[in-house]
Design a protein around this ligand. Structure first.
Ligand SMILES: *Cc1c(COP(=O)(O)O)cnc(C)c1O
Length: 393
């Protein structure tokens, strides 16, 4: 094993060799090389800038087409998409919602908006997503299945849903999670915020859950500035999502009738125009991102003590964000590497702080989370913009 200081300098040197020699190299920057200007200009020229317009419809159609889902409903951001998806999936106040502790805070926030309680689960190192075996053992131990659902014997509350998340674009192992949901009477809602363009066993992520949520924030692989979408293969759920996210307005030529407390979550036409142009380039973005990943993997292949995360056999990943994983024995180098790279203009980031450690979620139910904690302590995201792939793809 290399000494600690060696690993730090090896990683920093390698990264400097690979990324362009610029003052600043971002973790992920958007690329606008297609029809962005002309589509957005058309919105301005025609005054169709807001929540109704041809680009919203077109974006939804193109999204469904690309992901192979029957319905896509565009909304204002990925968090809103998760919020709406969970409501329509039947999550209610007091319910518990299983989710990985390694996720962006939005996954837990969306459940909390409903008055539901996140129930944190561990991840596996090979996917960075939910560990189905460990979850199954946990549920077998703590739950009781009644006619109206699955109950947590420790808290007395109903567990309603499982929300796996495809970390950094890498598909989680979905099939065993589908089985778990069937067995325990739980609904599956995928947090596919990071996985536009990622496929599990040949099919696009977002097709395994009852519903799934995608994000088009500026840092995601496809951006609408800010935006999100709910994907589903169920016509009735699609209709409910659309209704709920458009202030629950009952269609009428002039009257304002709203039949429940809805949300103003519609995606504006301006953003959808940007999204249409971006979606056209997604295959190219993925090709570039995968080329960048390849370069990192080769560069770090022979180095002991660190690996560059690689998709598993069932996955075809968009490689949205590349990640280095230090060996446990080198976890203490993480902060040095972060410090040195960032001070030299190479943007790197640690994983999110595990959700169960955040103040507002510390008292939430959870299982043993040792793998997620371990991974968090030794993971470093490295520059992954598609433009870095210009030279490689
Ligand atoms: C980005 C993201 C979201 C939320 O999307 P926004 O569009 O930023 O609201 C949710 N979950 C995960 C895992 C994300 O990465």
């Amino acid at each position: 094993m290399s000494k600690q200081s060696d690993i730090t300098s090896i990683v920093v040197t390698k990264l400097k060799e690979i990324v362009p020699n610029q003052d600043f190299v971002a973790l992920h920057e958007p690329l606008f090389r297609g029809n962005e200007w002309s589509y957005v200009k058309e919105c301005l020229d025609t005054s169709w800038v807001s929540s109704v317009g041809k680009y919203v419809d077109l974006f939804e159609r193109k999204l469904a087409e690309y992901t192979g889902t029957d319905y896509a409903i565009a909304v204002s951001n990925g968090t809103a998409a998760l919020h709406a998806a969970l409501i329509v999936a039947g999550v209610e106040a007091g319910d518990e919602v299983i989710m990985p502790t390694l996720s962006f805070v939005a996954t837990a926030n969306a459940a909390a908006y409903i008055g539901a309680v996140p129930h944190f689960a561990d991840i596996e190192e090979s996917t960075l997503g939910l560990d189905a075996n460990k979850l199954d053992e946990h549920l077998a131990r703590i739950t009781e299945i009644r006619s109206d659902g699955c109950y947590n014997k420790n808290t007395g509350y109903r567990i309603k849903a499982v929300v796996p998340m495809h970390t950094f674009g890498h598909p989680v192992d979905l099939d065993p999670l589908v089985e778990i949901c069937k067995h325990y009477k739980l609904v599956l809602v995928e947090d596919a915020a990071e996985s536009m363009g990622s496929f599990y066993k040949g099919r696009h992520t977002g097709n395994w859950g009852l519903l799934s949520a995608v994000s088009f924030n500026g840092n995601k692989i496809v951006t609408t500035g800010g935006g999100g979408a709910i994907l589903t293969n169920d016509a009735s759920l699609a209709k409910q999502v659309k209704h709920l996210t458009t202030t629950a307005k009952v269609p009428h030529k002039w009257e304002f009738v709203h039949d429940r407390i809805g949300f103003n979550y519609r995606m504006p036409n301006l953003n959808a125009a940007l999204g249409c142009a971006q979606l056209e380039q997604l295959p190219d973005f993925i090709e570039k991102k995968r080329a960048v990943a390849q370069v990192y993997q080769q560069a770090f292949a022979g180095i002991e003590g660190v690996v560059c995360f690689k998709e598993t056999g069932f996955a075809q990943s968009n490689y949205w964000l590349n990640a280095l994983l230090l060996h446990e024995s080198h976890a203490s180098c993480r902060d040095d590497i972060l410090g040195q790279t960032n001070s030299q203009g190479i943007m790197t980031r640690p994983a999110w702080n595990p959700l169960h450690t955040l103040d507002m979620f510390v008292n939430c139910p959870s299982m043993d989370l040792s793998m997620a904690v371990s991974v968090c302590n030794r993971l470093i995201n490295i520059p992954s913009s598609a433009c870095l792939g210009d030279e490689y793809a």
